[in-house]
Design a protein around this ligand. Sequence first.
Ligand code: C2E
Ligand code: CA
Ligand code: CA
Ligand code: CA
Length: 274
Amino acid sequence: AKADGKGIFRFFEASMDAAMQARRSLETDLRLALARGEFVLHYQPIVDLRSGQVNACEALLRWRHPERGMVSPLDFIGLAEEIGLIVPIGEWVLRQACADAAAWPAPVRVAVNVSPAQFRGQSLVAAVYGALTTSGLPAARLELEITEAVMLENTEATLATLTRLKDMGARIAMDDFGTGYSSLSYLRTFPFDKIKIDGSFIRNLPGEADALAIVRAISGLGESLGMTTTAEGVETADQLDSLKAEGCREVQGYLFSRPIPNENVSEALAAIGI
Ligand code: C2E
Ligand code: CA
Ligand code: CA
Ligand code: CA
C-alpha cells in the first residue's frame, strides 16, 4: 500500500510538473502574441427581434498561434488577467474593434468585452476615448460588456468609471446575467442599458419550465427598468420562438451566425433576416 501511495504521489508530481510547464510555455507565448500580431477579432451579430435587423456585433478575441492554431479566449483570458497582460490586450481589442466598426453601416454598434483588471487601472476611460477618437467611431456605437466580477471589486470606483463612459456616450451591458450572486442590486446601482441573459438559461428552452420562468422574469425586469434584454447562445428555432413569446428584445447565437472575421461582416449583415 505504501509503494502504491508513493507511486500515485510521483504520478501526481509528474503531472503537476507537466501542467506547470504547459502553463509557463503558454505564458511565454502570450507575452509575445501582441507584438507578433497574433490576435484577431471575430464578430457575432446581435439581432433585434422586432425589426429583424442587426443592432450590433460582439467582438470576440481569438489568438492565432503559429503552432497551436486558433486558441479560444477561454484558454488564455484567465492567464492574461493573472499576469497583467489583459490591460494591453484589452486596449488593442478596443482600438481594433472601433476601427473595424467605423467601416460598418452606420447604425450597427460594436460590443466589446471588458475585464475586471481593466477597471482596476486608471487607463480605461482614456483607452476608450483614444479608440473612439482614432477610429472616428461615434461613442453611441460602442457598447461595453461587463460581468459581475467588475462590480464586486470596488463599487465606488467602478461606478465612477462607468458614469464617465456613459457621459462620453457609450452604452453599458451587464454580461452573463443570472450566473452571479447579487445581480439584482447591481441593476439599481449601475447605469446599464442592457442585460445579457446567460446562454445557460437559453440552452434548455423551451422545455424546462424553470429556465422559461427565469427568462420571462428577466425580460419583464428589463422592460420595467428600461433596459434591453439580449439572449445569448440561441441555437434553435424553438428557442427563438419562446424568446419572442417572452418579450426578449435581442438574440445572439449560432442560429443566426457564428462569430466571423471582419471581412465577412457586411455580407452577414445583409444576409440576416428573421
Ligand atoms: P461571452 O462574453 O459570454 O461570449 C459568448 C460566448 O458564447 C462566445 O465564446 C461565443 O463564441 C459563444 N457563443 C455564441 N453563440 C453561441 C451559441 O449559439 N452556442 C454556444 N454554445 N456558444 C455560443 P468565446 O468566443 O469562446 O468567448 C468566451 C468568453 O471569453 C466570452 O464569453 C468572454 O467572457 C471572453 N472574451 C472573449 N473575447 C474577449 C475580449 O476581447 N476581452 C475579454 N476580456 N474577454 C473576452
Ligand atoms: Ca460578452
Ligand atoms: Ca455573455
Ligand atoms: Ca456567457
